[in-house]
Design a protein around this ligand. Sequence first.
Ligand SMILES: Cc1cc2nc3c(=O)[nH]c(=O)nc-3n(C[C@H](O)[C@H](O)[C@H](O)COP(=O)(O)OP(=O)(O)OC[C@H]3O[C@@H](n4cnc5c(N)ncnc54)[C@H](O)[C@@H]3O)c2cc1C
Length: 461
Amino acid sequence: MARQRVHGPRPHAGAAAGIDRPLVRRIARSARRLRRGLSGREQGRLAGTRRGRTIRRRGQHRNRRTVLFRRRRAGDRVKRLLLAGGGHSHVFVLDALARAPLADVEVTLVSPFDRQVYSGMLPGWITGHYAIEQCVIPLAPLAQRANARFVQAHVARLDLAARVAYTEASEPLPFDVISIATGPVMNLDAIPGLREHAIALRPIESLIRAWPRLFAQLVALAEAGEDAGTVTVLGGGAGGVELAFAIAHRARIACVPARVQLVTGKPGLLPTLGEGVRRRIARLAPARGVRLIEDDAAEITRHTVLLADGGEIASDVTIAAIGAAAADWPREAGLAVDERGFIAVDDRLQSISHPFVFAAGDCASIVGHPRPKSGVYAVRAGPPLARNLMRHLAGKRPRRYRPQRVALYLISTGPQHAVASWDGLSTEGRWVWRWKDRIDRRFVARYAAHEPAPATSPAQG
Ligand SMILES: Cc1cc2nc3c(=O)[nH]c(=O)nc-3n(C[C@H](O)[C@H](O)[C@H](O)COP(=O)(O)OP(=O)(O)OC[C@H]3O[C@@H](n4cnc5c(N)ncnc54)[C@H](O)[C@@H]3O)c2cc1C
């Protein structure tokens, strides 16, 4: 019996319903005739025989297409989401888009480098704990997974009325919604001589390019039998501290004589962190070979740094880590900005002047919730930014987001040792470094390897 069913003549469509073959053919013929003259909905009503059900399925399918077509004609066309900058919040957004693609949304990512450097691991690269590949999130593959077009360029200008961003090469990037996570810039005119005689920490890629040459310069000085080379780091924030300690440690393990000095500025070491962590770093500095100078740099020359109090220190290599400044183009475009020029957003991460503009990370300031410019907050803004972009694109109201009040900072101090700071409390040790190492590696690996995003974003350390 079973063999017959497989190899014998196929039972006609209406057999199961007890309808004879000629009748089924007639129904099919009239159905075809009908279909030509019927709307999708009417076609969908055809039912009864197997053929009829097939027609109905096709009819429903056409019906859906018709509705889509009508919607698009009514102006509900494909929306364009432009992600400006591969910043920490945007890697989360891209990951979210890869996992849950948006229908009818074309996504473009524009960023000047094809990778996002995880700054928390940069000092570890300088000391030699990591290869650079371990510290970066490749952006092109992440964009590809998110079905986003990747444009490797800077956004240089915004036309908010026309909703077009322009790259430095004047390539237009039209959008319906733009999200900006371009981070901070460094004000190269903040100190006379900085532009000509110092290496700026931002963009971080420029330091990555410069570092091998700078280190070779120290080695050359040592080989020439000259006095130890002097490296001066300007800036007493987390970036400056970690950088100075990393350079001192690298020189020490490579047996390259070098003097490292950290000019913290008048506010001193780590001014936004607690007293405990400041004391620990100040105590560790001489042991690690870092000289602390609590003064402002007033001018930089080829071989010196002039201090605000009138002193002058020798410097063969000067690196500026002088903190976050705002890029000009958002303000020049007419976006509302805070008193320092950062994009002013509300607690939905929407520009307070242009609701189709979202911004997060160091380039933005949340009105009513001032927070330090730091990687911790940039990372944490990723999930609410992704959710709110999706809600906005779906025509729903974005939800409120309140950034955490305190954040964990894990500051590496050269060797595999770090200091932790949390709400005025602090601790230190090799175990803190291992903790930091674990969460840093995990963060990068997640986006680089497209594992599911973490439930809670790690603190950048
Ligand atoms: C050495 C070092 C150590 C640090 N340590 C810590 C720490 O321990 N803890 C901490 O919280 N913070 C730390 N920071 C600060 C932290 O790096 C920043 O706060 C963080 O990078 C800000 O993240 P973001 O995503 O806003 O911007 P970024 O990380 O700067 O990312 C911005 C992205 O936008 C791109 N971009 C820039 N301009 C444009 C443009 N015009 N158009 C398009 N794309 C653009 C960039 O290439 C980049 O991909 C450290 C910084 C440094 C340098």
